[in-house]
Ligand binder design. Structure first.
Ligand code: NDP
Length: 243
């Protein structure tokens, strides 16, 4: 394994973010985790510490650029550097466009797209000043194909891929960029679906789900590559899933 890194993870209070914090801390990295449910974060930091891992947390709302900047600055002050940012926070309140759930569209755009941009805005200057850094942006299989009820969600994930690819092209070897796109994975993501039809459809779709640790392992793989190796895209699906 490569040297131990300072890794910031957004949306680490459940699901993939939580599993990633556990995995990376077990691998010896220092994790700094953020989300809005701080009691969950506090508990996770305690568990990681009890297992001799290095972890700290701070309340974070990724839709607020000043808050994300402060999150990154707190990590830099505390650990001296910011090696990796895992832009993981996301929401998925699926519904048909005709339902006109405009508030939910806006929430997906705010968390899934602006949240990722805010993470980049906050950490890119720090990484440039250090001379290196790594963004791991969590997209989805929905970043590659669109299905009914998921138009806006997929749009946000297409956007994550586009932003990541642009960032990669603009980086001159100092900042690595990885998109990790999970297929269906055990987490609390589907809890945000308020539309009855979309929630029913999701139950069948989510019958075959990967453990969140499977995605954490893919993230760890990308992070642990040598500095001159930039793993750009990883898609991880359950073997039994066609989508
Ligand atoms: P969860 O719902 O379990 O986790 C989502 C996390 O995002 C939570 O920790 C939540 O924390 C956080 N979050 C939501 N809004 C905000 C906010 N405004 N500011 C900070 N944190 C926020 O779902 P997953 O673990 O599945 O989701 C993680 C990522 O994986 C998402 O980007 C999702 O789109 C993606 N993904 C998941 C798949 C799956 O099948 N599970 C498939 C494809 C992609 P809190 O509420 O405490 O703020």
């Amino acid at each position: 394994m490569s040297e131990h890194k300072v890794v910031l993870i957004t949306g680490a209070s459940s699901g993939i973010g939580e599993a990633t914090a556990r995995k990376l801390a077990a691998d010896g990295h220092h994790v700094f985790i953020g989300a809005r449910r701080t009691e969950r974060l506090e508990h996770l930091v305690q568990e990681i510490g009890d297992a001799n891992g290095g972890a700290a947390f701070r309340k974070l709302d990724v839709t607020d650029v000043a808050d994300v900047q402060s999150f990154v600055e707190t990590a830099r002050e505390r650990f001296g550097r910011v090696d990796v940012v895992v832009n993981n926070a996301g929401v998925m309140p699926l519904s048909p466009l005709a339902a006109l759930n405009i508030d939910e569209w806006n929430r997906m755009l705010d968390v899934n797209v602006r949240g990722v941009l805010n993470g980049i805005a906050a950490a890119l200057p720090v990484m440039r000043a250090q001379g290196n850094g790594h963004f791991v942006n969590i997209a989805s299989v929905g970043a590659y194909e669109v299905v009914p009820t998921a138009a806006v969600y997929c749009a946000t994930k297409f956007a994550v891929r586009a932003i990541s690819e642009g960032l990669r092209q603009e980086s001159s070897g100092d900042v690595r960029v990885t998109v990790v796109s999970p297929g269906v994975t055990e987490s609390e993501l589907a809890d945000s679906i308020s539309d009855d039809m979309a929630r029913e459809d999701m139950k069948a779709y989510r019958a075959v789900a990967l453990p969140a640790a499977a995605i954490a392992n893919a993230i760890a793989f990308a992070i642990d590559q040598p500095a001159d190796v930039d793993v750009n895209e990883i898609v991880v699906r359950p073997a039994a899933s066609a989508q």
